[in-house]
Design a binder for this molecule. Structure first.
Ligand SMILES: Cc1ncc(COP(=O)(O)O)c(C=O)c1O
Length: 385
């Protein structure tokens, strides 16, 4: 058996944990010492070199972030575009799909709303968006995809892990179903990459979008878009910019020739400070390894679920630990008040309509879980759970 990571030592890399019980990584992963140092390196290179920093340090860092994200999902760096957020990845990729009258997009009510919002806004240009509703607010049954996806479908866009319930969706069959109907499959992996392993080749995913802010520990400002190699040259975006141009530094306004790799889906100047942080966050995750992180997070989240159930709380989260990824929703009448009360006790969680949301990560301890559940029990009377 491979050596277990030293979780105590790893925990010491996150100074926030000496002051708080932090259970909100699905909103924002914690700052590590190494990411803090990377941001200082960015500032120093800017200060030391001015614009020459692009060549002394920044280009290399952009290369590192691309390579580290690619290796995490089993892709090639040439299949990765870097953008500032998921919404812009959707803008670029959908602009390359010629969506218009007669196009149909299938997504679900459990996916992060920016996905549905993006495609609903295209109603004006004749795109129909079908949103599959969940019966239990935890998952979508595969039969619902079967009933909705048809040869009229152009694109299926859904998540690997639902932000709304922590459910780990078996995306392979959904991707196959899309392909059998002649549609492309786009997977939003933001709530998964880092904490649940994924292999884009094995699953034959066409497009995968993710970002640095949550489980990749890189803070806000970076998003990544994988586009399958065979598709890259077939897709030319209309939302674009000079970084997508093959001959970018010719500064020739008379010609737009796209790059051959996924860089064609980039637009303008990349978010360099965020890339420094993102590359270091990815290094942290890659050094531990996605499977070790999954095993650890599954154990911690499993303990949380068991303890909450012992105490009689009602959960809106998958029962099967194999289908559950960290995010744990606890139904409450007044979740905002619960979050406020827990914060007074230095326990950081969040809420979504009707539920308090806990999202532990590998750097949390079993003691963190016990303290959080004990605190929740203390305040439950006041909250009239
Ligand atoms: C699954 C998922 N997709 C997308 C987003 C955010 O999209 P954007 O990067 O456009 O803000 C989030 C949360 O912030 C999310 O949880």
């Amino acid at each position: 058996m491979a050596d277990q990571p030293d979780w105590g030592k790893i925990r010491d890399e996150f100074p926030t944990l000496s002051r708080k019980i932090y259970l909100n990584s699905c909103s924002l992963g914690l700052l590590s010492n190494s990411v803090r140092n990377a941001l200082h390196r960015f500032i120093d290179s800017w200060n030391d070199h001015g614009a020459a920093a692009w060549y002394t340090d920044w280009m290399a860092e952009i290369g590192s972030v691309r390579q580290r994200f690619a290796s995490l999902i089993n892709a090639s760096p040439s299949e990765i575009a870097i953008l500032p957020n998921i919404s812009s990845t959707l803008g670029v990729i959908s602009s390359s799909m010629d969506l218009g009258p007669g196009s149909e997009v299938v997504t679900t009510a459990l996916d992060f709303p920016t996905v549905a919002h993006h495609f609903l806004a295209k109603e004006r240009i004749g795109v129909a968006t079908k949103i599959i509703q969940s019966t239990d607010r935890v998952k979508i049954d595969f039969t619902q995809f079967e009933e909705t996806i048809s040869p009229a479908t152009t694109l299926v866009a859904t998540s690997h892990v639902y932000f709304s319930s922590g459910y780990v969706q078996d995306v392979g069959p959904v991707v196959d179903l899309a392909h059998r109907n002649g549609a492309l499959a786009l997977i939003d992996d933001y709530q998964s990459t880092g904490q649940v392993p994924i292999d884009v080749k094995e699953l034959d995913i066409d497009v995968l979008v993710s970002g640095g802010m949550k489980w990749l520990l890189g803070g806000p400002g970076t998003a990544f878009m994988y586009v399958k190699e065979d598709l890259i040259e077939k897709l030319s975006p209309t939302v674009t910019g000079w970084f997508a141009n093959r001959d970018q530094f010719d500064f020739n306004p008379n010609e737009m020739v796209f790059r051959d790799d996924a860089g064609r889906f980039e637009t303008g100047t990349p978010p360099v400070a965020s890339i420094f942080a993102g590359a270091e966050g990815l290094k942290f995750v890659n050094d531990i390894g996605s499977q070790a992180i999954r095993d650890r997070t599954k154990a911690i989240a499993g303990r949380l679920v068991d303890r909450l159930k012992d105490e009689g709380f009602k959960l809106r989260t998958p029962d099967d630990p194999e289908r559950h990824a960290s995010i744990t929703m606890v139904e409450m009448k007044d979740p905002a008040l619960a979050v406020e009360e827990l914060a007074k006790r230095d326990i950081i969680v969040d809420y979504r309509p009707g539920a308090v949301r806990f999202s532990p990560y590998f750097y949390n301890s079993f003691e963190d879980i016990e303290s959080a559940v004990t605190a929740l029990c203390e305040i439950r009377q006041a909250l009239e759970v």
